[in-house]
Design a protein around this ligand. Sequence first.
Ligand code: ZN
Length: 76
Amino acid sequence: MRIMTSCPSCSSEKVRRGGMAIWLTYVALIVLAIPAVLVFHLNAAIVALIMVAAVVMAHLIFNLRVCLDCGTQFKG
Ligand SMILES: [Zn+2]
């Protein structure tokens, strides 16, 4: 198991978790959460908890990292 992850294309160690799939998940969650609270009157705290759980799940499922130097997205 590697502790430091480096970019496969430029070997930079300036990488962070993220990527387009994660951002699309965030956007989808926000789009779903607003009507859930406003229209269906779900408890905002419960919706927030579900969103946090979904974000954690998305990170585990996609497992994507982004290089801050060259922008490459890779599994890691
Ligand atoms: Zn890179």
